[in-house]
Design a protein around this ligand. Structure first.
Ligand code: ZN
Length: 251
């Protein structure tokens, strides 16, 4: 079974469309949260995402946009975008967002795996370093965790020797590329498919991943998308300009 893993779309319909066009055939799609916030196409992203499948985990931006959590904890730019998004969303999409489940979640066909937004220990935690990853890797009931939230493609693995960071390697800066990681028995993994709509690892291309449950291979993808189109919409919506410029830098 092949599972499409997408995360942190952040209302970037151009990024999402490029990922879906580049993705090989899959059996099921899992969305790791933050569908909205920052970008300027929230309704389109939710509608497209709802057509992909029914497995979702809520993100922190999803919670703030639909009013489950106060906007006060957000920095001013994120807060402004969240309030703008709330205003734009159809009542149906807002209601749907409110019903998204908190991670970790599991799915029947993928034993040993769990899906979260931040960390299996706390949905709002950022797992950026080996130190951050050690507790969730060792304390999790499941050996394999797929997570998002950091907008950094790659992840962590741990065995008796400790915790190690890994990052996919690519050879171009602007072409469509993929990179495979074969999972090994006896190791524990935390894997981030990358951000569809606002990458922060210095690579502007939209990121996603595919997990083949039979071969135990995770394939990471980076695909070019219409950045200018996404930026134009952000500017036209009068959202902070920084939200547009950062897309081109991938930061
Ligand atoms: Zn996010």
């Amino acid at each position: 079974m092949r599972i499409l893993l997408i995360s942190d779309i952040h209302s970037n319909i151009q990024g999402l469309e490029a990922c879906l066009a580049a993705a090989p055939p899959y059996d099921s799609a899992v969305n790791l949260g933050d569908l909205v916030g920052y970008g300027a196409s929230p309704n389109e992203v939710i509608e497209q995402s709802r057509q992909l499948g029914h497995v979702f985990v809520r993100g922190n931006h999803d919670r703030v946009v639909c009013g489950l959590v106060s906007v006060k904890d957000f920095n001013p730019v994120a807060g402004l975008a969240a309030l703008w998004t709330r205003d734009q969303l159809s009542s149906d999409n807002l209601e749907w967002l409110r019903g998204l489940p908190q991670g970790p979640i599991q799915i029947n066909d993928v034993p040993g795996a769990q899906f979260v937004h931040g960390s299996p220990l706390n949905e709002d935690d950022y797992v950026i370093s080996e130190v951050d990853a050690t507790a969730p890797l060792t304390m999790s009931s499941q050996p394999l965790t797929f997570f998002g939230h950091t907008h950094l493609q790659g992840g962590f693995l741990s065995d008796e020797n400790g915790t190690e960071f890994f990052q996919p390697t690519y050879s171009t800066v602007g072409e469509s590329e993929s990179c495979e990681l074969a999972l090994e028995d006896g190791q524990r993994y935390m894997i981030n498919p990358g951000s569809v709509g606002q990458p922060r690892d210095g690579d502007w291309r939209a990121g996603f991943a595919m997990f083949d449950t039979e071969t135990k291979v995770v394939t990471f993808y980076r695909v070019p998308y219409d950045v200018r189109g996404a930026q134009d919409r952000i500017i036209a919506a009068n959202l902070p300009v920084r939200l547009a410029t950062r897309l081109a830098a991938g930061k």
